[in-house]
Design a protein around this ligand. Structure first.
Ligand SMILES: Cc1cc2nc3c(=O)[nH]c(=O)nc-3n(C[C@H](O)[C@H](O)[C@H](O)COP(=O)(O)O)c2cc1C
Length: 315
């Protein structure tokens, strides 16, 4: 079976593989070229870029949990102007499609960063990381439908014809809105795709010192521990909205083996991202290709696209 069966088009971006590297877990842009053949990947999402450079949170800001990892990096990044100057010119020659991730704490900053990223030739699409508190309300943009609508509408207008993916949080506790409600707002406001999901809010405590393990006290859990949670969310959003709207989902949450990626595809994802999995095995994004190819073949499909959303719910 040829590698062609793993090709898939996601919001108009042609991917050679449905497996991408997730924002913040693959360096700022192309650092993973040193450890794996990135031409075998579907793409790389950049570190989330903000308007100003950020040093991030105090250390320790990463810790390994039993079935994954916790981080409170705090969006350490060079800022948009340094990114455009130092990384932008490399974006066309990385060897795979690049998606630019945008973060911020006010609408104007998101819009400026998104428009500058989108003007870089090698950036094929924008991912809006909306799991950031809005400086005005303190609520995350992604959990406040009004703020999300305003933000995504303004960003979509600023990035021309490049597609935008909105990356949602897996947790909507504290708001009456479900992830399907928030995904609907994102799509109505101009999102061409959804990335599901960011990390799950979490905390660890060292029982000897009685101190929080992360200097930031709390952080985000990712890796295999969150995989089944995200499979359900992908399933809900696909069935509740994305399928009928023909809006592709990119799933992120605990992919370490081909089976995890296949599960996401059956739940409704057109592509997947690997985050924590690359820390455990830096070549994970390439290693799972063979298994995925074989799976497509044994399922009797010509391409992986035919398997998107094909979970059998009843016989
Ligand atoms: C160390 C680390 C840094 C991250 N930084 C970002 C980031 O800058 N922007 C973002 O949208 N997500 C960030 N994430 C979240 C991942 O992109 C991904 O959504 C999440 O970890 C779930 O995938 P996983 O279980 O495969 O890690 C980060 C995750 C980790 C582990």
């Amino acid at each position: 079976m040829s590698d062609r069966s793993l090709r898939i088009s996601v919001a108009g971006i042609e991917l050679g593989s449905p497996v991408l590297l997730a924002a913040g877990t693959a360096g700022v842009l192309g650092e993973m070229r040193d450890v794996l053949d990135v031409t075998q990947l579907g793409g790389i999402v950049t570190k989330s870029i903000t308007k100003e450079p950020r040093a991030g949170n105090a250390f320790p800001r990463i810790t390994f949990a039993r079935a994954g990892m916790m981080n409170a990096i705090g969006l350490a990044n060079p800022g948009i102007d340094a990114f455009v100057r130092d990384e932008g010119p490399k974006a066309t020659s990385i060897g795979c499609p690049i998606i630019g991730s945008v973060a911020g704490d006010r609408l104007d900053d998101y819009v400026e960063v998104a428009s500058k990223l989108a003007s870089i030739e090698g950036i094929r699409g924008i991912e809006a990381n909306v799991s950031c508190p809005n400086v005005h309300s303190g609520l995350e943009f992604g959990s406040d439908p009004g703020a999300l609508r305003e933000l995504i509408t303004a960003m979509a207008a600023a990035i021309g014809d490049k597609p935008m993916f909105v990356k949602l949080s897996p947790v909507t506790v504290g708001t009456p809105h479900t992830i399907v409600d928030l995904a609907r707002v994102a799509i109505e406001s101009g999102a061409m795709g959804l990335t599901l999901t960011n990390t799950v809010p979490a905390m660890g405590i060292d029982v000897k010192s009685r101190r929080p393990i992360l200097a930031n006290v709390t952080g985000g859990l990712s890796g295999p521990a969150i995989h089944p949670i995200v499979v359900r969310l992908v399933h809900l959003v696909y069935r509740g909205l994305a399928k009928d709207a023909s809006v592709p989902i990119i799933a992120a949450g605990g992919v370490t083996r081909w089976q995890d990626a296949a599960e996401f595809v059956l739940a409704g994802a057109s592509a997947v991202q690997i985050g924590a999995g690359s820390f455990a095995s830096p070549r994970a994004g390439v290693k799972l290709r063979k298994g995925l190819l074989r799976w497509v073949q044994t399922q009797g499909a010509g391409t992986i696209a035919e398997l998107v959303g094909q979970v059998r719910l009843s016989e």
